[in-house]
Design a protein. Structure first.
Length: 283
């Protein structure tokens, strides 16, 4: 068992890259209070990659706006600056882990699983009438990043974890992580997000996504990511390493107070939106 704690493991990881400079400029313009949507659109257009991503996002099934969105100003007014910032943050986290060895994990299928979990989490949150569905998308998108930290910082232990799992994959991978290093990828993800000053409900949603009952304050958020992760594993989009569908947590599902029809709709919409949304994040 590792003698390092989850918080010590992430202590020396670099900080997350800053959001594009145009975000600061946009916020300054909003603070002045006299900027029109056209003015804000002109600021965004200074960053061609951000412009392209914003327009693709606004026209994707992720939002499902009824007609084509043609201008940056229109996209901004429909999506909103806070939502755009959250989605950009998710992209930055993905870029942060570009150099994980291919021998440890297939990054393409890892991010496919993560993006699909983000979509499912957003759909569940909308059905619960949550006020920040994009925040739940980001929670789902990065729920397994602790696993990437294990591959990055503990190569010897990660080999032991994967070899043990190959021999006995009837035991969930996160349980084997706990047996080998004393904590699982949820614990590591939570500590990393805390280091990066993410909102506490997002920290707890990621930390407790395999055991939501331990999240005393943000049980609903953790339960939602737990259910989204279950849905995506069940329908088989991508993989973060687990070969079996994790156990269904009936208590977590009950906490969401949704109907079986909502679960069916989440499955249908996740499958429908995935191919559209994955191209926004995986190049």
């Amino acid at each position: 068992m590792s003698h390092i704690s989850a918080s010590e493991l992430v202590r020396n990881l670099p900080v997350l890259s800053s959001l594009p400079a145009v975000i600061d400029e946009l916020e300054a313009a909003l603070d002045r209070g006299d900027a029109s949507m056209t003015d804000l659109g002109e600021i965004v257009k200074k960053d061609t990659d951000l412009t392209a991503r914003l327009l693709r996002l606004a026209n994707s099934s992720f939002y499902g706006f009824p007609k084509g969105v043609e201008t940056v100003a229109e996209a901004l007014s429909l999506i909103g600056l806070e939502q755009m910032k959250q989605l950009l943050t998710g992209s930055l986290v993905m870029e942060y882990f570009e150099n994980i060895p291919a021998s440890s994990v297939n990054m393409k299928t890892f991010w496919e699983h993560s993006i699909a979990t983000g979509i499912a989490a957003k759909i569940l949150s909308i059905q619960r009438r949550a006020t920040e569905p994009e925040l739940f998308f980001v929670s789902g998108l990065i729920h397994d990043i602790g696993r990437l930290v294990i591959y990055l910082k503990l190569p010897q232990e990660s080999r032991e974890i994967l070899e043990t799992y190959e021999k006995n994959n009837a035991v969930p991978l996160y349980e084997i992580e706990k047996n080998v290093i004393g904590f699982d990828h949820g614990d590591i993800g939570g500590e990393l997000l805390k280091k990066w000053d993410f909102p506490i409900k997002l920290v707890e949603a990621v930390k407790y996504h395999h055991r939501p009952k331990y999240s005393e304050v943000h049980f609903s958020e953790a339960a939602l990511i737990n259910t989204a992760n279950f849905v995506v594993n069940a329908i088989g989009i991508g993989s973060s390493g687990e070969k079996l569908v994790p156990p269904f947590d009936a208590r977590a599902w009950e906490r969401l107070d949704l109907s079986n029809a909502a679960l069916k709709n989440t499955i249908k919409e996740t499958q429908k939106q995935f191919s559209d949304v994955v191209t926004l994040f995986v190049r």
